[in-house]
Design a binder for this molecule. Structure first.
Ligand SMILES: Cc1ncc(C[n+]2csc(CCOP(=O)(O)OP(=O)(O)O)c2C)c(N)n1
Length: 323
């Protein structure tokens, strides 16, 4: 591996993956208690992709994702309190309670959504890449989307222009193998999705999306290419979601077997990363317990904050709404 994080970053990555996991487990519980309503898609199982990616980014780089976005915004540094409040639909939420789970947003942290339309964020990210280049700045944009998005026209139009205009954008396919209940094999003529970059003569890579350090390495390389040479890259991270497509889809549905899910859980990215840090002596069993209890407290505080926050005022219903 060419790029390896220093010890502080390794610990940050571990802590962040655990925060995302515990935050979402708690969100699922709150959904069950009807504190959270509407759509809610969990990132559980995919944490290595978002965290490995953000660890390779600079703070002022931009990130966009689809609706499975809790992990991305937390990794980008947004406080869990307004994120949980947004899931609760409260006024103190990152989108003032009007976006919900799918439409998280934090301009300050340069997380530009949270997008519910499959592939909708891809042309937006391309436009942001254009703006960066036009203003002669040196940030990069990473846009994450599911494998279901690569068959949309918007994906192809974006890749073509990004290569033609040499834009600093990294297109990150988070291939969790299913678009709702449709497996990749039933939706795609090709299995190796990074091949799509060949049509646009674009740099490409495939990475084990359950391996946090491998994601960090590949992403660091792509970011260097984008920052220095203004060259885009298409990355396919092969990952897996342990939960259903959304809170309304049970974990073990007709489209995949219980055995398959259990088999995939053996490569849980957090367990793998924890073992690595134990081997490196960066973690001990006691330290793990300490981190677990700090995170539990942090997540419970976010629930309390969300519970206590007011609902958006009735008079604000047309504010910040564009139609
Ligand atoms: C343009 C559009 N078509 C259909 C939908 C309905 N829809 C919501 S999620 C989804 C599956 C997308 O799968 P994928 O892109 O692989 O992402 P994942 O949920 O696996 O993270 C579909 C078809 C939508 N939101 N937008």
């Amino acid at each position: 591996m060419k790029h390896t994080p220093d010890n502080d970053k390794l610990l940050w990555m571990y802590r962040m993956m655990l925060l995302i996991r515990r935050f979402e487990e708690r969100s699922a519980q709150m959904y069950g208690m009807q504190k959270i309503g509407g759509f809610c898609h969990l990132y559980i199982g995919q944490e290595a992709v978002g965290v490995g990616t953000v660890a390779a980014m600079r703070e002022d780089d931009y990130l966009l994702s689809a609706y499975r976005d809790h992990g991305h915004i937390l990794a980008k540094g947004t406080d869990p309190n307004p994120v949980m409040a947004e899931l609760f639909g409260k006024e103190t939420g990152v989108s003032k309670g009007k976006g919900g789970s799918m439409h998280l947003f934090d301009v300050e942290k340069r997380f530009l959504g949270g997008h519910g339309i499959v592939a909708g964020q891809i042309p937006l990210a391309t436009g942001i890449g254009f703006a960066i280049k036009y203003q002669e700045l040196d940030q990069v944009v990473v846009v994450s989307f599911g494998e279901g998005a690569v068959h949309q026209g918007a994906f192809h139009e974006s890749l073509n222009l990004a290569k033609l205009w040499k834009l600093p954008v990294i297109y990150l396919i988070e291939n969790n193998r299913y678009g709702m209940g449709t497996p990749l094999e039933r939706a795609s003529a090709v299995w190796d999705l990074s091949q799509k970059a060949c049509s646009y003569d674009m740099a490409r890579a495939t990475v084990d999306g359950m391996d946090t350090l491998a994601v960090y390495d590949i992403m660091s390389e792509a970011i260097e290419r984008a920052r220095a040479d203004k060259e885009p890259t298409l990355i396919e991270a092969r990952t897996y979601r342990f939960r259903g497509h959304s809170m309304s889809d049970p974990v073990h549905s007709h489209y995949r077997t219980k055995e398959e899910v259990e088999e995939q859980k053996k490569s849980d990215p957090i367990v793998r990363f924890q073992e690595l840090l134990l081997q490196k002596k960066l973690l001990t069993k006691e330290k793990i317990k300490e981190i677990e209890s700090e995170i539990k407290k942090e997540v419970m505080e976010s629930v309390e904050f969300a519970e206590k926050s007011p609902l958006p005022a009735l008079e604000s219903r047309f504010k910040d709404v564009y139609a």
